[in-house]
Design a protein around this ligand. Structure first.
Ligand code: C2E
Ligand code: CA
Ligand code: CA
Ligand code: CA
Length: 281
């Protein structure tokens, strides 16, 4: 009926307008974050299981809004992509990542040069100058490109395989490693291993959690680890939350991981460089 229709469209318009204004507000925050230096790289340790050491960090970006507090990437990355602001945002981040890589304190606390990984959005695959730009910045900062890794998300890569192959090879030609993020969340994850010249895959938390209770899940993870070993691809297991998961994954053959068990993403001032003793037992 007509009244029902009116009501429905009123509700629709209402929520549409709300969404629109939230989007505009977020866009404003991103612009301000870039202009006023509110972008903060949080760092999550990458753990080498064999030596029980922290070998690097993933850069996970937050906006520290002076009034609103911490704004997480889930809230703004999509909008940054849609508006093109992801390009200047990534530029700022790369500058900040380079400073972190150079940090004398952090370097002093690591035996080997620690690595950093940076998330790159698919919206930047067409930005052909990105790999050479990054390489140039690393060179002038005197940072070995082998210390830097870029992470591309599986669902993004799926949308444009050819562009993805191009950018992956381009990064690699400068010695920058490429990881496929969120591996195992798509429909044809195995096909990517064949099509993409990757260095690293990151096993998504969704196929890792439950691994200790679910026989099937556990068999799948074990199979991926074996397969990766055979084709010389490094696997990083994401989202390890309990020591039970950690020990179980080690038994399955995992040797690299990240997760709240070791540390949450933290600002540089709070970063840890050794894994908590309790984890090693
Ligand atoms: P991601 O790259 O898959 O990062 C992993 C996410 O899982 C992070 O969320 C991290 O905080 C969270 N995480 C880490 N360990 C655990 C754990 O043990 N348990 C659970 N439940 N979660 C864990 P975050 O920081 O909110 O980032 C969300 C996504 O936003 C990232 O997913 C990444 O795709 C994107 N992102 C973050 N920073 C950037 C950036 O600078 N540029 C771009 N393009 N994307 C970014
Ligand atoms: Ca990532
Ligand atoms: Ca991931
Ligand atoms: Ca993710």
């Amino acid at each position: 009926d007509l009244q029902g229709k009116h009501q429905a469209s009123a509700i629709y318009e209402h929520s549409y307008r709300e969404r629109k204004s939230l989007q505009l507000e977020t866009e404003q925050w991103i612009r301000q974050a870039i202009a006023r230096d509110w972008l903060v790289p949080y760092l999550q340790p990458l753990v080498d299981f064999d030596t029980c050491t922290i070998r690097g960090y993933e850069v996970l970006t937050r906006i520290e809004h002076p009034q609103r507090g911490l704004i997480s990437p889930g809230q703004y990355i999509k909008i940054a992509e849609k508006t093109g602001l992801i390009v200047p945002l990534t530029e700022v981040l790369i500058e900040k990542a380079i400073k972190i890589a150079q940090s004398p304190e952090l370097n002093q606390q690591h035996q080997d040069p620690f690595r950093l990984s940076i998330n790159i959005s698919a919206k930047q695959f067409h930005q052909r100058s990105l790999p050479s730009q990054l390489a140039k910045q690393l060179k002038s900062a005197n940072i070995d490109p082998h210390r830097i890794k870029v992470e591309l998300t599986e669902s993004d890569v799926m949308e444009n395989i050819d562009a993805a192959v191009g950018i992956i090879e381009n990064f690699q030609s400068y010695g920058i490693k490429v990881a496929l993020d969120d591996f195992g969340t798509g429909y044809s994850s195995l096909a990517y291993l064949r099509q993409l010249p990757l260095d690293i895959i990151k096993l998504d938390r969704s196929i890792v959690s439950g691994v200790t209770e679910n026989e099937r899940q556990s068999a799948i993870v074990e199979m991926i680890l074996l397969l990766a070993k055979r084709i010389n691809m490094q696997v990083i297991v994401e989202g390890i939350e309990t020591s039970h998961e950690y020990h179980y994954l080690r038994k399955l053959g995992a040797s690299w991981g990240q997760g709240y068990l070791f540390a949450k993403p933290l600002p540089q001032s709070e970063i840890i460089t050794k894994i908590p003793a309790i984890v090693k037992q």
